[in-house]
Design a protein around this ligand. Structure first.
Ligand code: CAA
Length: 257
């Protein structure tokens, strides 16, 4: 990998992907996103991985899609290259992905964090959709995911002005899960990842799918979907183990079966 660093077993059950274009503030060129796509595909199929952390490190998460790579493209180039199609793999990944964000998460960087399932941010994090300032608009889900996360009026303001928000503002708007000191970003994200990695991977996968289904369904459809996934967990050994452990007053050992 040229633009990302991957550690499949950063610790038991937890994989770490680190964006690695520091000089360009981790700008998301097409090659980097292809590497993320291929890595996520591989990690999703690897039974030794239960949770994935995606980070840019302590200084910067990502300053957006690579402006230099697309500056002179025509609309038809953009259509043919269809660079955001590689992003679909993030949404398709069945295992939970936690974004660990420090410094700038702008444009595609903010969209990348929002496409993950949870966001832990450091006190230096800055989120924004500044595409409007370079004569364009979000193209990797920003108008949709930001609006669902923070509501219409705030999303409209951020998308139309390009204003950055601090971690505090992002937390109060419901964009992120929590704020931690920058030097503890990975440690604190790992704490969250461990809590999830200790659960049944089967139930985690089905529960993630049900939560995400909210955005594509009516309440009634979502409730039916949820109920079926709930029933489906009863086909797993993990459900038998989890409930037996509760009755026997012991800690369950989940195997993802
Ligand atoms: N694409 C390409 N290169 C970028 C970049 C980007 N998105 N963001 C930063 N860089 C490069 C800079 O060009 C600079 O490179 P050089 O040293 O070769 O000149 C290097 O990274 C360092 O950046 P700055 O010198 O600008 O650093 P700064 O601290 O002064 O400013 C910043 C930081 C405010 C983040 C500023 O770099 C900036 O505004 N970046 C662009 C943010 C942006 O507009 N993002 C949206 C991109 S479009 C998009 O993402 C579309 C989408 O929906 C997916």
């Amino acid at each position: 990998m040229e633009f990302i660093k991957v550690n499949k077993q950063h610790e038991k059950f937890i994989a770490l992907i680190e964006l690695n274009r520091p000089k360009e503030l981790n700008a998301l060129n097409r090659e980097l996103m292809l590497e993320i796509r291929d890595t996520l595909r591989e990690l999703d199929e690897d039974d030794t991985v239960r949770v994935i952390i995606l980070t840019g490190g302590q200084k910067v998460f990502a300053a957006g899609a690579d402006i230099k790579q697309m500056a002179t493209a025509t609309a038809i180039d953009m259509l043919n290259i269809d660079q955001f199609s590689t992003w679909d793999q993030i949404k398709k990944t069945k295992k939970p992905i936690i974004a660990a964000v420090s410094g700038f998460a702008l444009g595609g960087g903010c969209e990348l964090a929002m496409t993950c399932d949870m966001i832990v941010a450091s006190d230096t994090a800055k989120f924004g959709q500044p595409e409007i300032k370079i004569g364009t608009m979000p193209g990797a889900g920003g108008t949709q995911r930001l609006t669902r996360a923070v509501g219409k009026v705030m999303a409209m303001e951020l998308v139309l002005t390009g204003r950055f928000i601090s971690a505090e503002e992002a937390l109060s708007a419901g964009l992120i899960n929590k704020i931690v000191p920058a030097e503890l970003l990975l440690d604190e994200t790992l704490k969250l990842a461990r809590l999830i990695a200790a659960q049944s991977p089967v139930a985690v996968k089905l529960a993630k799918e049900a939560v995400n289904n909210t955005f594509n369904s009516t309440l009634d459809e979502g409730l039916i979907f949820e109920r079926k996934n709930f029933y489906l967990t009863f086909a797993s050994e993990d459900q038998k183990e989890g409930m037996a452990a509760f009755v026997e007053k012991r800690v369950p050992v989940f195997k993802g079966k």
